[in-house]
Design a protein around this ligand. Structure first.
Ligand code: 76R
Length: 248
């Protein structure tokens, strides 16, 4: 058996994609709209408070294309908290006129391919910062799930550790050349959802998503072993902007 990679695991993560049934929203009376907006404001201000005291984080994104209209990315120390938030939202007036589009359950993950073996890796402040990330205030968001191949001949999970380390080193080098341009959060979902990882990217220029993903396609870790699910791209929205967009 190949040596298993060890993971460092941080906050749990829910990516929740929904569409809006505009016909139903427009049919709401103004009292119903007000009720829906007041509830949303309350929910968002709870999320914001949690984010300020660094007990979790959240992002609201307006999704382009027909796969979804908006997405919430929510991070919390426990699954229970995520479950509570999901139920709170589902019971809200606004949720009555939304429909599920896609969701992804995972946990923020760092692997041991490139880290040093000395001491407790969790003790490192930089590791803590990456395992409990504050979602960046960058203009654009990109999410997609992925797997590493398990096919005869190209089975990532049967490669020796040394070989996987070399491949991840090259992958990390490409990644680091986008420092300051792309912020990435890798969340692990083996045993939690249908794919092995969620890749969430943030940038101020959406073209950089295309650049990094394309460049990585030529790198062996992705070229040979990467398998990809659906891509979602969107714009970061403040709670106020999200609510404003309902009345446009
Ligand atoms: O965590 C680190 O910074 C160390 C280096 C590193 C690891 C171990 C790293 C760096 N990644 C790691 C692991 Mn990554 N990453 C992706 C994608 O579209 C594609 O082809 C792949 C999707 C992108 C865009 C990306 C970006 N990475 C992983 C893993 C887990 C693999 C495993 O355990 O087998 C996956 C699935 C994955 C996928 N990666 C970086 C980036 C970027 C931008 C970096 C540099 C981060 C930085 O140092 O700032």
């Amino acid at each position: 058996m190949a040596e298993a990679a060890e993971t460092l695991d941080g906050w749990y993560c829910l990516h929740d994609f929904r569409t809006i049934n505009w016909t139903e929203w427009k049919a709401f009376s103004s009292a119903e709209k007000q009720e829906a907006i007041a509830e949303l404001n309350q929910l968002f201000s709870d999320w914001d408070l949690n984010h300020q005291v660094h007990e979790g984080s959240y992002g609201i994104y307006s999704i382009l294309g027909q796969k979804a209209d908006f997405a919430f990315m929510l991070l919390r120390p426990t699954m229970e908290e995520l479950s509570t938030i999901e139920t709170q939202f589902n019971k809200s007036k606004f949720a009555e006129i939304t429909e599920p589009a896609y969701s992804f359950v995972s946990v923020v993950e760092l692997s041991n391919y490139l880290g040093s073996k000395n001491g407790d890796p969790y003790a490192h402040p930089l590791v803590q910062k990456r395992l409990k990330p504050t979602l960046p205030d960058m203009g654009y968001f990109c999410f997609y799930p992925m797997d590493k191949k398990r096919q005869y001949g190209d089975n990532w999970y049967m490669l020796p550790m040394e070989e996987r380390k070399n491949l991840m080193r090259s992958h990390g080098q490409i990644g680091r050349s986008y420092a300051g341009t792309i912020t990435q959060i890798i969340t692990g979902s083996v045993g939690l959802d249908d794919w092995e990882w969620g890749v969430t990217l943030f940038a101020n220029d959406p073209l950089q998503f295309k650049k990094i993903v394309y460049e990585m396609r030529f790198d062996e870790a992705s070229a040979r072993f990467g398998e990809f699910g659906p891509f979602y791209v969107g714009l970061h929205q403040s709670p106020d902007a999200f609510i404003q967009s309902l009345s446009l």
